[in-house]
Design a protein around this ligand. Structure first.
Ligand SMILES: Cc1cc2nc3c(=O)[nH]c(=O)nc-3n(C[C@H](O)[C@H](O)[C@H](O)COP(=O)(O)OP(=O)(O)OC[C@H]3O[C@@H](n4cnc5c(N)ncnc54)[C@H](O)[C@@H]3O)c2cc1C
Length: 341
């Protein structure tokens, strides 16, 4: 089977072998058969080479949600978005801003999934993993997961960990966590830091995401993506000052790059803003192959006849353009399989 059938980008050549693991014992058994192994769940954050994968692709299909008060233990193969919907319906706050993100629960700790001012690191209290380096099953506390912006110990050490289940501690409340994202606060007509009814927050997030092509929709080619292709760069003070100088040179003294302080002297800026100011606009690319989404500058989309080679060529063209214009290096957010960045 071609992996394009299992990825949201609809890209990727054949797998040498494909197995589905629907119990934890099956997962452990497949892993112990040895490498090379690619763990795949929803396929929504994977860029697989046109040549495919020369080994076993294991689809995680475990199921189960166990609730103890406001704590949920969820099997890795459960789908994320229905879990968020169920939490909202049950009056459990903490993940409502993460509605509409495709993929599995087990993948959420991998890149510390986040959106609209919330990330899973805020509610995860334990991750049960199979550690392939030690051949043990154990539960990791949040500190051991090393969560950072769109990353974790799991992402930094690819191939070592298989997530079996995730434990979330939520809050019994009809109201959301304080809203931290300006665009969402505006949509809800609340001030930043205010709370809003859970269901309203979920609906507002879904509406904002749909407008950007960030909710999977078979009738919308702008959703044939891996979500945002680039992470927002985090710059130290010197690098941010250099960026401001480059922006002034290029765009004039009245223009400033967006900035969000990280609290440690570093500053996060906007990859989409840099890409647009470097001259790459929505729709740029091949209208039948790979192009920037017509709704969202950060999403690279497959319009039907694209290949992974073309996707990476466009991504590199954009990254080189941003580097030339502003001296900032963009990094891809999805996991590349069979390619180095
Ligand atoms: C339209 C769209 C919108 C998106 N919006 C967002 C967003 O707002 N925020 C965000 O953070 N992400 C977003 N994403 C990216 C993606 O949905 C998330 O990263 C999601 O968590 C990936 O889940 P998955 O099950 O599809 O993982 P896959 O794509 O199957 O796998 C991704 C990586 O995780 C590994 N992996 C998967 N499951 C396991 C496991 N059980 N154990 C160990 N490794 C595992 C894989 O090997 C791979 O390296 C978006 C993607 C799309 C297509």
């Amino acid at each position: 089977m071609r992996l394009s059938e299992l990825t949201t980008l609809r890209l990727g050549g054949p797998a040498e072998r494909l197995v589905e693991a629907s119990t934890e014992d099956e997962v452990v058994e497949v892993v112990r058969k040895g490498e090379p192994l690619l763990v795949l769940a929803g396929g929504s954050n994977l860029v697989v080479a046109d040549e495919g994968f020369p080994g076993t692709v294991m689809r995680i299909a475990t199921r189960g949600v166990a609730r103890d008060g406001t704590t949920l233990e969820v099997a890795a193969g459960e789908s994320w978005d229905p879990l968020v919907a169920a939490c909202v319906a049950d009056g459990l706050a903490g993940v409502e801003c993460l509605a509409g993100i495709p993929g599995s629960v087990g993948a959420t700790p991998i890149q510390n999934v986040g959106a609209y001012g919330q990330e899973v690191a805020e509610t995860i209290v334990g991750v049960r993993v199979l550690d392939r380096a030690r051949d043990t099953v154990q539960e990791l506390a949040p500190a051991a997961c090393g969560f950072t912006y769109r990353s974790s110990a799991f992402k930094r050490e690819p191939g070592r960990w298989v997530v079996l289940a995730v434990r979330f501690a939520l809050h019994a409340s009809g109201l959301s966590a304080p809203i931290r994202y300006a665009e969402l606060a505006r949509a809800l007509d609340v001030e930043l830091g205010e709370r809003a009814p859970l269901a309203q927050v979920r609906d507002a997030v879904l509406a904002l995401r749909r407008r950007k092509g960030m909710v999977l929709d078979p009738s919308d080619r702008d959703t044939v993506s891996a979500g945002s292709f680039f992470t927002n760069p985090i710059l130290d003070a010197g690098a941010f000052a250099a960026l401001r100088a480059r922006v002034t040179d290029r765009l004039g003294p009245d223009v400033q790059p967006p900035s969000w302080p990280e609290g440690d002297g570093r500053v996060k800026t906007s990859a989409a803003w840099l890409i647009e100011r470097a001259g790459f606009h929505r729709g740029h690319g091949d209208p039948d192959g790979i192009a920037i989404s017509t709704k969202h500058t950060l999403a690279l989309t497959n319009r039907g006849a694209g290949t992974t080679a073309q996707l990476l060529a466009l991504a590199r063209e954009i990254a080189a353009g941003v580097h030339d214009a502003f001296g900032v290096d963009l990094a891809p957010e999805p996991v590349l399989v069979g390619h180095e960045w």
